[in-house]
Ligand binder design. Structure first.
Ligand SMILES: Cc1cc2nc3c(=O)[nH]c(=O)nc-3n(C[C@H](O)[C@H](O)[C@H](O)COP(=O)(O)O)c2cc1C
Length: 366
């Protein structure tokens, strides 16, 4: 958990799958190939972005017909950069913890400690069927992810690991070399009660879909309370799709165009599949449980965070999310290279100014 004096961090979605970050036929000057992505990573680290997040997909969903694998792709980005941290998505099922621990420890050495992981629990039943992976019930997926994370940490930190779980078992397993300190950070993506409980017990970071500051605050309060009951602290990352333009009308017109040009079959196909996520939890809450058609056009509810307007408006809304408990904003864009650079030039400095002003107010009030 950060304090108000900690600057909010910025991450961007690595476009390692085709089709961009919105399910729309609007022009997206973004490419999923490695050359585009290497340059993007270099632009991002020079523009004030601390993290990049690669996605894992094994088959097409929502029109993302081509997908590069996350761990290999993350390594290529680390090799092209010097300070950016890259978070590789890892899906329990296809990955075992022993394979993930070994791969990530090696990349940790190759990148001077800049690799992190995002443990994702799965929402896409058709994908699991296509690759021959058994499909578990919603909360069972999180029980498996929790064992996955406990195994990962155990392998990384303990001289010799013996672990007897329902999903994974180790006997006197000693992996060398261990990652160099600080240990790779462990994010988890998912927002249901099972996701929050798991994050509070074992994750370093909780990633959630886009939402209003009020809704984010509810999740934050829940996680912080649960984490402190476990003597832990968990940081919060919130997704957003940013459209910064000179005027608010221009920015809103871009959003309208994205939605008007949405691909209805692909959005509907995605809507059908995400019913296996939050809605399938015992509480019927979590990611996409309340998403409208327009929300689903950005596949992690990024419009809901409302970073759509002038740089000043966006900076103020980022501060509102920070005040609600966000430690990091994860960003998607229409034209990644151009907009990451412009966000670094026009929005991040305003955020830093607002943070400094708030800090002075706090000091003056003491
Ligand atoms: C920021 C973020 C990134 C995610 N990345 C991936 C991913 O790369 N691959 C994947 O299969 N699922 C990904 N997910 C989906 C989650 O792992 C999870 O299945 C989904 O959010 C539903 O969770 P819930 O039912 O707990 O709300 C991501 C979720 C979030 C919030």
């Amino acid at each position: 958990m950060s304090t108000p004096s900690d600057p909010i961090k910025f991450a961007y979605w690595v476009p390692n799958v085709s089709g961009g970050l919105v399910i729309s036929n609007i022009e997206q000057r973004t490419s999923w190939d490695i050359e585009y992505n290497r340059k993007l990573a270099q632009i991002a680290e020079a523009s004030g972005f601390e993290y990049a997040l690669t996605q894992i997909r094994f088959t097409a969903g929502y029109g993302a017909d081509n997908q590069h694998e996350s761990v290999a792709f993350s390594h290529a980005l680390l090799a092209a950069t010097t300070s950016l941290k890259v978070i590789a998505a890892i899906l329990p099922g296809p990955w075992t913890p022993v394979l993930a621990a070994k791969q990530i420890a090696t990349i940790n050495h190759l990148s001077s400690g800049r690799i992190a992981v995002n443990i994702v629990s799965g929402w896409f039943r058709g994908e699991f069927q296509a690759i021959g992976e058994p499909w578990l019930d919603h909360d069972e997926r999180y029980r498996r992810s929790e064992e996955f994370i406990r195994s990962l940490r155990g392998i990384w930190t303990e001289g010799s690991l013996t672990f007897a779980g329902d999903f994974y078992r180790f006997r006197d397993y000693s992996m060398k070399p261990k990652p160099i300190d600080p240990q790779p950070e462990i994010f988890q993506g998912g927002s249901s009660r099972a996701a929050r409980d798991m994050a509070a017990r074992v994750a370093d970071w909780y990633f959630t879909n886009g939402n209003t500051p009020e809704e984010i605050r509810k999740q934050v309060d829940d996680i912080h309370a649960k984490a402190s009951a476990n003597n832990r602290s968990v940081k919060i990352g919130v997704n957003a799709f940013a459209i910064a333009r000179e005027t608010e009308d221009e920015a809103k017109a871009v959003l309208d165009e994205i939605i008007a040009k949405a691909n209805p079959e692909a959005v509907q196909g995605f809507a059908d599949q995400v019913k296996n996520a939050g809605k399938a939890s015992p509480e019927g809450e979590g990611n996409w449980a309340k998403s409208s058609f327009a929300d689903l056009v950005q596949y992690n509810d990024g419009f809901r965070s409302n970073l759509i307007g002038t740089p000043e408006q966006i900076a103020e809304r980022i501060i509102a999310l920070k005040n609600a408990g966000a430690d990091l904003i994860l960003l998607g864009f229409l034209h990644f290279q151009e907009e990451v650079e412009s966000f670094g030039k026009h929005v991040i400095p305003l955020v830093r100014r607002l943070e400094a002003e708030r800090q002075s107010e706090l000091i003056a009030a003491e």
